[in-house]
Design a protein around this ligand. Sequence first.
Ligand code: FMN
Length: 345
Amino acid sequence: MTFEQLLGVPLPIIQAPMAGVQGSALATAVSRAGGLGSLPGAMLAPDALRAELTAMSARSGRPFNVNFFCHATPQRERQREMEWRAMLAPYYAELGIDPETVPVGPERSPFSHETADTLEEFRPAVVSFHFGLPSEDLLVRVRRWGAKILSSATTVDEARWLESRGVDAVIAQGLEAGGHRGMFLSRDLNTQIGTLALVPQIVRAVKVPVIAAGGIADAKGVRAALQLGAAGVQVGTAYLLCPEATTSALHRTALTSEGARATALTNVFTGGVARGIVNRIMLELGPISPFAPDFPLAASAVAPLRARAESLGRSDFSPLWAGQNTTGCKEVSATALTEELVHEV
Ligand SMILES: Cc1cc2nc3c(=O)[nH]c(=O)nc-3n(C[C@H](O)[C@H](O)[C@H](O)COP(=O)(O)O)c2cc1C
């Protein structure tokens, strides 16, 4: 099955869903350009999700993807929470934040029946997941309106697991990728391998189409991924400077700096392992901290530090998510970038 037959778009490009740095504007622009635009739903409350879906449906007129996380929310452990806050205490003091005012609570909810209720009204053509898949009853609901289902695999085992649960395509997320790693069967970082090694192995292991993600930033990268047997690509980092993205000014500055060449996997922002440009909190507490509570519980204690530091023009506590290849980041419209990605492909 071709990419177009599978997802209903002419170009073999999926704009990666990127929670926190884009909404319907970027997704609409990519879908209009002939790729598959993605709306990240992981951090949207039900009302915000509905508003974004309404905007997408009205403006795009083309197939689009809506993305959700489907992690198991861990039990909050008091001891671990206290240890984490103790690690952050010097920063609260430095920035004049009263630790008593720092809220406790997950900031990212997994895909649920409530979310499915909203989604059902809009019947998006594609729904993609990160961190595995939701329960079978939720998948049945999504399939009922004919949506194609995608999810990220970071290993051959995860790809096989996803195929056995009926996904329509597997997104092979190589180690180069920016943002959270979709890993869900193992926590061992040694299982995580680069796109060049991962894509052909997953292509061999599963029958469903494979979409390559991680480090793909230009038309040559797209061609290479297709050569490796991918049916299409999912590109995130390269879109971060587009005017349609909501990437903050501090994040944009970091992406265009020399420092963008040094990214690392870190868990200090959310508890989940994600790739971002190395900054102060990553250097001082990690990049991997044994004290960070499991995803997404680490996030609420860091959020006020980020907010206060950003108000002072500092990105010391901001997640500067980016992949290893920022050479494709350009301040051009998402339409132009999408067209460039498929130049002579
Ligand atoms: C800023 C940023 C945010 C991301 N957020 C999400 C997300 O919400 N959901 C998701 O499935 N993947 C997310 N990802 C990962 C992408 O789906 C994809 O794997 C990655 O962007 C591909 O590698 P690249 O960044 O090198 O193009 C994010 C990536 C970035 C850079």
